[in-house]
Ligand binder design. Structure first.
Ligand code: FAD
Length: 467
């Protein structure tokens, strides 16, 4: 198992290098780990996996009911959702099938619902149902006044995005992939059948290359001579309401979609709190992940209409993610066989759901460039620590606490995270290199006090592990 975060990179060329350790790159690396004959590198600019868009989304495992029928995205979301639901069940990633309600607030939106049901059916989502106002308010008694009806999509689910990316990375690394962190690719070239990727840690060579660089996939593509798409970051700001708001909402409450995207939703999370968002703002700065007063006040205005009582509940946090939107309506996944190169770009607002199917598709394209994948083996299963509220946490399991009392000592009281869970995360195969990384592995410091009370204790455990 190799994870490096400093020092020069190995000299010998890899068979495949995957650039970008978001949910897509980690899924591709995990897929390649099924082939023991391949030497694979996963190269990431930052100090952890899942630090880009993959950590800051609305965490919905979509059915793909509203995708453009016949598009690549529609197929990969549909297939990826099934694959990820099965993978989550076997690896302990929390998923709750809460279902979604697309709420119509005026006659025009109401008239659009049957068309959306037909579109869902074309996307192989056959179990949607139109609800009148009485049924709708019976399901969601706290919904704001004036809703005229809804489309119920029972398959829409909520999932932990942090555990998903980490599970892929852990399985990839255990399967023999070398994960190189702190290795931003600053220049890429291809000569004599070999890619040369320059990084501040020295060059890395590979005979095949997969571009999973998210917001920067267009830059890497251009370095290799392709001008297929331009990424325009589309910011989505979100508000996280405290867990006391959880009782207010049972489903994912969606608006009727517009050309700009899925619109502002109210959704429970697997951690037991409630999200309001996201905005959709086209920007030109790929680092603009800050929240703005204007964005948040727009969200509050929309939230007041959807679920007025939510606005009375405390806010735990705000955050923003950047969708890798492009001038095209579909993913930009393409093979360039003469270069032994596959681009997985333009993975905008559904990449978490579609990740496993994107990986399968990209690896198929890679094989089409002449790469001999060799034999395929099953990977050793991975069992991830549960971060979800709907499933037992270690401190709730007397037998685990009896066997290991560290699971009974709570460090983060808001999120009820034990010393044992923090210890396990710090000793994991892909350990955190920051307190934020530790938060994504345990929920420590993610609750209503945001580390005000537990911060010092969590930091002490983190620093002890770095010695
Ligand atoms: C507000 C919002 C809500 C969303 N909601 C959902 C949802 O509910 N469900 C869903 O399925 N999807 C959702 N998405 C979409 C989903 O989050 C993305 O499609 C997915 O995370 C994209 O993953 P990625 O691996 O392509 O990109 P990223 O996670 O951004 O990963 C790319 C990685 O590449 C690295 N990188 C970039 N350039 C270089 C370089 N030169 N060298 C080395 N490394 C590099 C970056 O550091 C980063 O870690 C949402 C997105 C947003 C913004």
């Amino acid at each position: 198992m190799t994870v490096t975060a400093s020092g020069t990179l190995p000299v010998e060329p890899y068979d495949v290098a995957v650039v970008g350790a978001g949910v897509v790159g980690c899924a591709v690396a995990r897929g390649l780990a099924h082939h023991p004959g391949l030497r694979v590198a996963l190269v990431e600019a930052q100090d952890d996996v899942g630090q880009g868009t993959s950590k800051a989304n609305t965490a919905i495992l979509h059915t793909g009911f509203d995708a453009v029928p016949g598009s690549l995205e529609a197929r990969l979301v549909r297939e990826g959702a099934r694959e990820l639901a099965a993978y989550a069940a076997e690896s302990g990633i929390p998923v709750e099938r809460v279902g979604a309600l697309l709420v119509a607030w005026d006659e025009e939106q109401l008239a659009a619902l049957p068309r959306l049901a037909e579109k869902a059916a074309r996307n192989e989502c056959h179990d949607t149902r139109l609800l009148g106002p009485a049924d709708l308010y019976a399901r969601e008694p706290h919904l704001g006044p004036g809703a005229l009806g809804a489309l119920h999509v029972p398959g829409e689910s909520i999932i932990c995005p942090w555990t998903t990316t980490l599970a892929y990375a852990v399985q990839a690394v255990r399967g023999g992939v070398d994960l190189h962190l702190n290795a931003p690719v600053t220049h890429a070239g291809h000569a004599d059948g070999v890619h040369r990727l320059d990084t501040p840690r020295g060059p890395l060579h590979a005979r095949r290359l997969v571009n999973a660089a998210g917001l920067h996939a267009d830059t890497l593509d251009r370095a290799l001579g392709h001008h297929d798409f331009t990424v325009t970051p589309r910011r989505g700001q979100l508000v996280v309401h405290d867990r006391f708001a959880r009782a207010l909402v049972r489903h994912i409450l969606l608006p009727v979609p517009t050309a700009l995207g899925k619109g502002v939703l109210v959704a429970p999370t697997v951690y037991g709190n409630v999200l309001l968002g996201p905005t959709a703002e086209d920007l030109d700065d790929k680092r603009a992940t800050g929240s703005t007063a204007e964005g948040l006040s727009r969200l509050r205005a929309q939230g007041r209409r959807i679920l007025p009582a939510l606005l009375e509940e405390e806010v735990t946090a705000v955050y923003a993610g950047l969708r890798a939107a492009t001038e095209h309506d579909d993913y930009r996944i393409a093979a360039h066989p003469d270069q032994g190169y596959v681009t997985a770009g333009g993975i905008r607002s559904t990449g978490l759901t579609a990740s496993l199917a994107i990986a399968g598709h990209a690896i198929g394209l890679l094989a089409g460039t002449g790469l001999d994948l060799g034999p395929r083996r099953p990977l050793a299963p991975v069992r991830m620590p549960n971060l979800g509220e709907a499933f037992p946490r270690p401190h709730q399991q007397p037998e685990r606490v009896a066997a290991d009392p560290e699971y009974g000592i709570l460090v983060c009281h808001c999120e009820r995270v034990s010393r044992g869970e923090i210890r396990d995360a710090l000793a994991g195969p892909v350990p955190p290199r920051s307190l934020d990384g530790l938060r994504r592995r345990t929920r420590a410091r993610a609750g209503r006090c945001q580390g005000f009370y537990c911060g010092a204790a969590v930091r002490a455990l983190f620093e002890e592990a770095q010695r």
